[in-house]
Design a protein around this ligand. Structure first.
Ligand code: COA
Length: 180
């Protein structure tokens, strides 16, 4: 897959099956995804719609095939956290380290910034050098570590959190504006 010829677009519910195909191995074989069961097509479609409404869900497409997806949703559903987004990204196995993730996250973070979100957070099951390095390459900084927070595949897993200021005003201390 040549990532240079691929392009990022907003996802639609019709992309749910393609997103599941990318996501499935990470659910079934790793603790990178915190889910135990692969979501149904209907469930994935509803996640896409919900994320699009409030935050964003993007796919990277090349040659008619979806290579990866990235999304944002509420970090925690309380009013004072409404400017803080949890982000996620999955690139098709076999297409890693070819720039697909960078293409997706560049657009995702831009779009979330445009909408008025001020902070992005990523929870990364450890170890995951690819995701740690990937997030650091965007300027994400270590925020802390949840120790033994998840039980999956017969063991406990630590989750490192990383965060990034989305620099709408240039001053991270400045108060937030409306979410668009
Ligand atoms: C993390 C992930 C999305 C990165 O996507 P990708 O398309 O492979 O990444 P890119 O090729 O765009 O890399 C962009 C930068 O991220 C960093 N990076 C990517 N993979 C890395 C790795 N294996 N080790 C260290 N740094 C890495 C590098 O700085 C890289 O820039 P460079 O190639 O110019 O050095 C991908 O590895 C993936 O889907 N992993 C499985 C799912 C996952 O872990 N998702 C995140 C859950 S928190």
């Amino acid at each position: 897959m040549d990532v240079t010829d691929s392009s990022v677009r907003q996802a639609s519910p019709q992309d749910a099956a393609a997103c599941i195909a990318i996501y499935r191995p990470f659910v079934e074989n790793t603790a990178i995804s915190w889910e135990i069961d692969v979501p149904s097509v209907a469930e994935m479609a509803s996640r896409i719609t919900a994320a699009r409404d409030t935050h964003e869900w993007l796919v990277l497409e090349g040659d008619g095939e979806i290579i990866g997806f990235a999304y944002g949703h509420a970090l925690y559903r309380v009013p004072s956290y409404q400017w803080s987004v949890e982000t996620g990204i999955y690139v098709q196995l076999g297409c890693h380290r070819a720039g697909a993730g960078r293409k997706l996250y560049t657009q995702l973070l831009r779009r979330l910034t445009e909408r008025g979100y001020r902070r992005a957070f990523a929870g990364i099951t450890q170890p995951n050098e690819a995701s740690n390095g990937f997030h650091r390459s965007f300027g994400f900084q270590d925020a802390g570590l949840y120790r033994r927070v998840g039980w999956k595949n017969d063991s406990w897993h630590d989750v490192a959190w990383m965060q990034l200021d989305l620099p709408r005003t240039g001053n991270p201390e400045e108060g937030p504006g409306p979410i668009l």
